[in-house]
Design a protein around this ligand. Structure first.
Ligand code: SAH
Length: 264
């Protein structure tokens, strides 16, 4: 039934979708995993690609849409590159110069902690036409799925997205400065350096009893939400065996989950 609803709605929408031309590259966000969070333009991209360059965090269902495309897996996960970024950039440039219709598919949003910016710069330097198709970033998809509001009137007037895995010191967040804002922080790639991050946030002034949570496999069938506090996060991760992909949420938006679920 739902399929019929969608097909009818699509027909009424009559959105043709942008056309992917040979020699062009699109940097496409696939959302956090649930196929329902693919955008229509992402779907149009997948349907037209003849070369699909993707990594580990995109769902197999999304990849399967591009059945006609040659697939190039350039898996990277948790900040560890299995293929150096320079090689991925070079692959995109080569495929475009060969006149392929190239889709570079990334989990979430392609320009949020995904190195899509570097790929865009590499394409620009070679004068290769490209465009960015945004996706739902995992912080917003994951918070919604977990029942945690990203902002709530009276609770927070900002929300911070941070990486826990900054490779270079000049893009490592100043955790103490972030802590001083008192605003909730959603940490991507946070598991590897979690203990250091937690320490830095507490040194910056966040109390050990600040509410915190993990959202693991957000929007996917195995989604898990584990609630803790800043002080108990590291222990909770070990006890619950939290694995990637997971988000760490720190701040007073976390307890709203219980209220929204009618438990509080
Ligand atoms: N461009 C992506 C982020 C890539 S960085 C985006 O916009 O979401 C990879 C990190 O994203 C993971 O370490 C994890 O923290 C987070 N992430 C991506 N997908 C996730 C998911 N389904 N559930 C929880 N976290 C996810």
């Amino acid at each position: 039934m739902s399929r019929t609803f969608l097909e009818q709605a699509m027909a009424r929408l009559a959105h043709a979708g942008p056309e992917l031309e040979p020699g062009h590259v699109w940097l496409v966000g696939a959302g956090p995993g649930d196929p329902g969070l693919l955008t229509l333009d992402a779907l149009a991209a997948l349907a037209q690609a003849d070369a699909l360059v993707h990594d580990a965090l995109v769902s197999e269902k999304a990849v399967a849409v591009a059945e006609q495309a040659e697939k190039f897996f350039v898996g990277k996960r948790g900040g560890r590159l299995s293929i150096p970024q320079g090689e991925i950039n070079a692959l995109l440039v080569r495929l475009a110069k060969e006149g392929r219709k190239v889709v570079r598919l990334k989990g979430g949003h392609p320009l949020v902690f995904a190195r899509g910016g570097e790929e865009a710069l590499a394409l620009a330097a070679e004068k290769i036409p490209f465009r960015v198709l945004p996706g739902v970033t995992s912080a917003f998809g994951g918070l919604a799925s977990a029942g945690i509001p990203a902002t709530m009137r009276g609770v927070n007037g900002a929300v911070i997205l941070a990486t826990g895995f900054a490779a270079q010191s000049d893009d490592r967040p100043d955790w103490a400065a972030l802590a001083r804002t008192g605003q909730p922080i959603v940490i991507y790639m946070g598991l590897t350096h979690m203990a250091d991050t937690v320490t830095a946030l507490m040194e910056g002034g966040l109390a050990a009893d600040t509410p915190a949570a993990f959202v693991e496999n957000a929007t996917l069938p195995g989604e898990r939400v584990v609630v803790a506090t800043l002080g108990t996060l590291v222990g909770a991760a070990e006890r619950e065996r939290i694995v990637s992909p997971a988000l760490i949420v720190v701040g007073h938006i976390v307890p709203l989950r219980e209220k929204m679920r009618g438990e509080g």
